[in-house]
Design a protein around this ligand. Structure first.
Ligand SMILES: [Cu+2]
Length: 480
């Protein structure tokens, strides 16, 4: 990077800090400049441009995608091997590409709040990053949307990154990348979705004001898909008896947590958010908060034609599913409702006896201020919407415990950029060894995670529901 670029980066950062209303953006918090990317052909080019997604014959959607499709291509990278990426923005709005789950500098993390440069409209930006850790990561727009449902993660700007590394997911006959998506977002004041999954849990965190009426606007969807096709359209997944499948799931929704199942089969969870779990377990269904991933294996031992899809009938019938077809079978695709067991991360963990104690504890209280009819709710962390002052300052090398107390009537998928955390407790159930970057904090409940502050630079912490993030539900972690 030459001096002019450095100045440009610094200037951008400061002006962004000024416009985001953060007066305490000290010099020591300027992002560490990324290594100068080499000239010549980049290893990966991502072109952000309008695309059409043909979910089925009657639903051809116009959105923004990567390289002519939505989802974008599966990018395979090797852990620790630097890559040069060029992002070309063919749209009229500034964009950011965030690398979710990677441990990379703020300058290339693709997050405006951290000071990553915006890719200007009809401009391009080239940078280098060193992929890692190994596993299922993903890339997506981190632009704000606010009241515009054609921006940010409401668009088709998402895709898998698979970082190849030493971790071995075992033998398999077929590998598939499956992103769960909703489309045609609209504003609504009544939300009925699979957040209800956490409603049967004990109420550990009571709101100060339990009255959430009149609720502000949330976002619903009309149509759904796995990858770019609605259930019953596109090619089925063709399998043979005796095969073992490796399925990578991603909930790429901007707005909803989701539960999926494969009729007639159990799925064995081997990794969460791309990181191998201490105790792989077979489950009847998977619950994924927005932004979460799960890698599962499935033994194809039950010949037939089956539906893999949302456990919510309405959502499945509106497209969220794909047909799994054994060779030589010819009947109608079948769905079987899985047993309704609450999702419990801790069954994949290990015993807590060898867990190190944290050195510092950070308490966080999440609250909602109902927006009232036709307006938006505001979301608070410790009594304030974004931006905060210097409330979350980390000492490098310190092991932190983050206690997230959710005093709202929604389950929030909370994500910390540029760090991995270890789940230590969910609604009073203790666990260890589950390494994640996103965790769903239950309805009126609590999640506790530990992490080591080993990634200097600014790191955004936020709810992965676009609407919640845009209306206050985020905070910047900085290093002392
Ligand atoms: Cu949220």
């Amino acid at each position: 990077m030459n001096r002019r670029d450095l100045l440009k980066l610094g200037g951008l950062t400061l002006s962004q800090a000024a416009t985001s209303g953060s007066p305490l953006f000290g010099l020591q918090n300027l992002p560490v400049p990324a290594a100068a990317p080499p000239d010549g052909k980049p290893d990966y080019t991502l072109r952000i441009s309008p695309v059409q997604v043909e979910l089925d014959r009657s639903h051809i959607l116009s959105t923004i995608g990567y390289n002519g499709s939505a989802p974008g291509p599966v990018l395979r990278m090797r852990e620790g091997k630097p890559v040069t990426i060029e992002v070309i923005n063919d749209t009229d709005t500034p964009e950011l590409v965030h690398w979710h789950g990677m441990l990379i500098p703020s300058a290339v993390d693709g997050t405006e709040e951290e000071g990553s440069p915006l890719v200007p409209p009809h401009g391009r930006y080239r940078f280098q990053l060193t992929p890692g850790p190994a596993g299922s990561r993903w890339y997506h727009s981190h632009a704000m949307a606010m009241d515009d449902l054609h921006k940010g993660s409401f668009t088709g700007q998402f895709g898998f990154v698979y970082v190849e590394g030493a971790s071995n997911l075992g033998q398999y006959d077929q590998e598939l990348f499956l992103s769960l998506r909703d489309w045609e977002p609209f504003f609504t004041s009544t939300m009925e979705d699979d957040d209800d999954d956490t409603h049967n849990e004990p109420v550990l965190e009571k709101p100060t004001n339990p009255n959430t009426d009149p609720n502000g606007l949330e976002v619903g969807s009309m149509t759904y898909s796995i990858n770019d096709k609605a259930l019953g359209f596109g090619e089925p997944i063709r399998v043979r008896q005796g095969q073992r499948l490796l399925l990578h799931f991603l909930n790429a929704s901007a707005i909803e947590n989701r539960r999926v199942a494969l009729a007639g089969h159990k799925m064995t969870v081997i990794a969460l958010d791309g990181n191998p779990v201490p105790t792989p377990r077979a489950v009847d269904s998977l619950f994924l908060g927005a932004g979460e991933r799960a890698d599962v294996t499935v033994e194809m031992t039950n010949p037939g034609i089956w539906i893999l899809g949302s456990t919510e009938k309405m959502v499945r019938e509106a497209g969220l599913g794909v047909i799994m077809e054994y060779a030589g079978q010819h009947r109608q695709p079948q769905w079987i409702d899985p047993p309704r067991r609450p999702w419990d991360y801790t069954i994949f963990g290990r015993d807590t006896s060898s867990s190190p104690a944290p050195e510092q504890t950070v308490e966080m209280i999440f609250e909602k201020i109902p927006g009232g009819s036709g307006k938006f709710n505001t979301w608070l962390i410790n009594g304030k919407p974004y931006p905060h002052d210097r409330e979350f300052v980390l000492q490098k090398g310190t092991r932190y415990r983050l206690v997230m107390r959710n005093r709202t009537d929604d389950a929030h998928p909370m994500h910390l950029h540029r760090h991995l955390w270890e789940l230590v407790e969910i609604n009073g159930r203790k666990t260890a060894g589950i390494i994640k970057d996103t965790v769903v904090v239950p309805y009126y409940g609590r999640a506790t995670v530990d992490f080591t502050a080993d990634q200097p630079g600014l790191s955004l912490f936020h709810c992965h529901l676009q609407q919640h993030m845009d209306y206050g539900f985020k905070a910047l972690f900085r290093y002392a």
